[in-house]
Design a protein around this ligand. Structure first.
Ligand code: PLP
Length: 413
């Protein structure tokens, strides 16, 4: 298998550094960096509103990236992608528009026809980006916010009648779940929730911030109504991501941010709006970042087999290495897990672990990882997390485990 490591200039520019924080943001291949630079050095013009050729060319590039993003995520013929800043912004958009009384969702989702109290289902494993926007929307609109419970390793753990009990009491309108946990690396089994959502007529949303890299095939099989992801965790520049979904459904949704670029006509007392996806793209877009996202998607697409094989190999290797060293990590018992290790050294604070590993030039993350509810279920306030991607090597895993042994020695653990 060809190594993809050489595509990432960070590696050459930071000799000796071991980067294990890819769940926070991935390194970028040269092509995704060049695309950002190319936009600013060669094109640098605004899109959509220009009558001159350069503007039209940049517009064409942006629209071709939109198609690439959509095709990467879904087979849906009617699919399109709304560019947003990232997963967080995408979920805020959906939380607003899917609960707005101005959206016309009854035609698409039967749950919106029911008179029972409306509910949104998320899980205890979610990143705050897939909790807080729903809390805000639920509070504003009088929806119930329900959680799939998890066990003390981070696995979904719910009784067999969990969904039927929800159905009996609520009109379950929205199911929004992450495909993969950014803390445990568990790839959640979302199939039962997808089936339930389809049967009930609820909107099924997948937060694919981590899953789009580590489980893209599962994502395609799930065919969510909406997929949300961040480009910067999938090899592109920061500040760009997408909400991917059906254009017809997006057209039926209430707009959220108003401004230039999304309107059809502006009168003094009201405005009319363009069709999706542009109706959700108010203001100047992150054009250079979209160029970068295009190259990142090309990279992920071209090397999909290598990325997948590497993911499996490094996970098997690291699982065994952690096991051999007697270092406990969360996520035990999961059917599918990959590349993300939240581990502990009893009696040593994760921040101390992170700082001491940094002295050995190993970059990991320590904290609650924007998952305070999950932390409570795991019974900790924070974890040390090492997250891996296609540029990491088995030697680096060995270095991490040696580094952890060094930390243990210092603390005499
Ligand atoms: N969801 C998950 C599972 C994540 O891991 C993250 C970021 O770590 C997010 C959402 C939020 O992504 P962003 O900060 O790029 O909006």
């Amino acid at each position: 298998m060809a190594s993809l490591r050489n595509f990432f200039p960070f590696i050459q520019n930071n000799p000796g550094v071991v980067y294990f924080d890819s769940a926070a943001t991935s390194l970028k291949p040269q092509s995704a960096i060049d695309a950002l630079l190319h936009y600013h050095t060669h094109e640098s013009v605004n899109i959509h509103r220009g009558v001159y050729k350069l503007s039209q060319h940049a517009t064409d590039t942006v629209e071709s990236v939109r198609q690439k993003v959509t095709r990467f995520v879904t087979d849906e013929k009617d699919g399109t992608s709304v560019f947003v800043r990232g997963t967080t912004e995408g979920l805020n958009l959906l939380a607003h528009s899917l609960t707005s009384p101005k959206s016309h969702l009854k035609d698409f989702f039967a749950a919106y026809q029911s008179d029972k109290k409306p509910a949104i289902l998320i899980s205890e494993s979610e990143h705050h980006a897939n909790i807080v926007p729903w809390q805000i929307a639920a509070e504003r609109m009088g929806y119930a916010l329900l959680y799939v419970p998890i066990d003390s390793e981070g696995n979904f753990n719910y009784p067999v009648d969990f969904l039927s009990r929800i159905e009996a009491s609520y009109s379950l309108r929205i199911v929004s779940l992450s495909l993969q946990s950014n803390v445990t690396g568990i790839v959640h089994d979302l199939a039962p929730f997808r089936e339930a959502a389809k049967r009930i007529g609820a909107v099924f949303i997948v937060d694919a911030a981590q899953g789009i890299l580590h489980a893209p095939q599962t994502l395609r099989e799930l065919q969510p109504d909406f997929t949300v992801f961040s480009g910067h965790k999938l090899f592109s520049a920061t500040g760009i991501g997408a909400v991917v979904g059906s254009k017809r459904v997006l057209d039926s949704l209430d707009v959220w941010q108003g401004g230039g670029g999304m309107i059809n006509l502006v009168e003094k007392d009201h405005s009319t709006y363009l069709e999706a996806p542009t109706r959700f793209e108010a203001g100047t877009q992150a054009v250079g970042e979209i160029f970068s996202l295009g190259k990142a998607i090309e990279f992920a697409d071209e090397y999909a087999r290598e990325i997948h094989a590497h993911d499996r190999e490094i996970t098997a290797y690291a699982d065994a290495a952690f096991e051999k060293a007697g270092i406990r990590f969360f996520g035990k018992g999961a059917k599918t897990r990959s590349a993300i290790y939240s581990f502990e050294i009893p009696g040593v604070h994760p921040h101390d672990i992170g700082t001491l590993l940094d002295e050995q030039m190993i970059c990991i993350r320590a904290g609650h990882h924007c998952c305070q509810i999950l932390m409570r279920a795991l019974g900790v306030s924070a974890t040390a997390r090492a997250s891996m991607s296609v540029y990491n090597t088995q030697d680096e895993v060995d270095k991490l485990l040696e580094g952890i042994q060094h930390v243990k020695k210092i603390f005499r653990k």
